[in-house]
Design a protein around this ligand. Structure first.
Ligand code: NDP
Length: 284
């Protein structure tokens, strides 16, 4: 029997519908949620991501502003732009598209975003609050994965979740969010010996590696839930995930496709975080 598909496109649309209603309610109170997206340089992939984010904002009635800056901008000049955005009342969320040019320290830039506007949830204060289980903006991709699990009726408490990948933006926060929902969490990474011996224990397996079709049948336990965060190109230049879908289909109980799984959830949660930031500026 085939694995059940977790449809991120549908779940994302459903959540965007309720976020759009919140936008209407805020507008009725005189506040239009606004997202500023800062793009430095001409990276074509970054341009595509930024355009998608802007279109998604506009589709639900939010304001979005693109700040395009030259590759040669100095770190100080970029920090000045961010400080200006921190002060603006019409901007509730600030997103700096990564990667930045090599001469700019990404950590300094991210740390300059006001915690009240850090809708990507990457700044040290947001990460610290997340670790402590305090209210904050959660990083959009892991937050989106939690929503996928919730909307699919998949119980997390008491399950063994194994994460492949430990990046700051996906793997590490993913484990924290699952831990907070009472999963037992194992992190694996490039130095993990005998990876399948770990991943085979997973009730919930999260692949955030960045390698096309890396997770195969030997990594997956019968009946596991498999979440594929990867966005890669295979040798034929087709979009694919970190999971070899055909090999794992039928072994996993549930699986996310690529495209149409985790991808649509990342932007959805960015919209949700920005609307939450805007709502905080409204007096009760
Ligand atoms: P990174 O390159 O930052 O991290 C990859 C992780 O995978 C690292 O922790 C690395 O280990 C680990 N890894 C690499 N090779 C192996 C291996 N052979 N065995 C076990 N672990 C390994 O990537 P990201 O976390 O930023 O992204 C991961 C994937 O998710 C990419 O395909 C990216 O495009 C995609 N992505 C998708 C998003 C979405 O919206 N769907 C959003 C963000 C990312 P180590 O730390 O030891 O180097």
């Amino acid at each position: 029997m085939s694995s059940a598909i977790i449809n991120g496109k549908e779940i994302g649309q459903e959540i965007r519908g309720s976020v759009a209603k919140q936008v209407e309610e805020l507008k009725a109170k005189g506040v239009t949620p606004g997202l500023a997206v800062v793009l430095v340089g001409n990276n074509p992939a970054s341009k595509t991501y930024v355009t998608n984010k802007q279109k998604s904002c506009e589709a639900i009635g939010m304001y979005s502003e693109l700040i395009t800056l030259p590759e040669t901008i100095s770190e100080q000049q970029l920090l000045e732009h961010i400080r200006e955005l921190n002060e603006r009342n019409d901007i509730h969320g600030i997103l700096v598209q990564l990667p930045l040019p090599k001469h700019i320290n990404e950590d300094s830039v991210i740390a300059t975003i006001s915690p009240d506007k850090d809708v990507d949830g990457f700044a040290p204060i947001s990460v610290g609050k997340m670790m402590l289980g305090q209210e904050t903006y959660l990083p959009c991709t892991p937050y989106g994965v939690m929503k996928l699990l919730e909307h699919s009726g998949i119980e997390v408490a008491g399950k063994h979740a194994v994460i492949v990948g430990r990046s700051h933006i996906v793997g590490k926060p993913m484990g924290q969010l699952l831990l907070q929902k009472d999963a037992t969490v194992t992190y694996t990474h490039s130095k993990t010996p005998d990876l399948p011996s770990f991943t085979k224990q997973a009730d919930i397996l999260i692949a955030a590696v960045g390698r096309a079709n890396f997770i195969t049948a030997e990594h997956v336990k019968e009946g596991a839930v498999v979440i594929d965060v990867g966005i890669n190109r295979d040798e034929d230049n087709h979009l694919c995930g970190d999971v070899d879908f055909a090999a794992v289909d039928g072994i996993a109980s549930h699986i996310t496709p690529v495209p149409g799984g985790v991808g649509p959830m990342t932007i959805t949660m960015l919209l949700a975080n920005t609307v939450q930031a805007a709502a905080k500026t409204v007096q009760p």
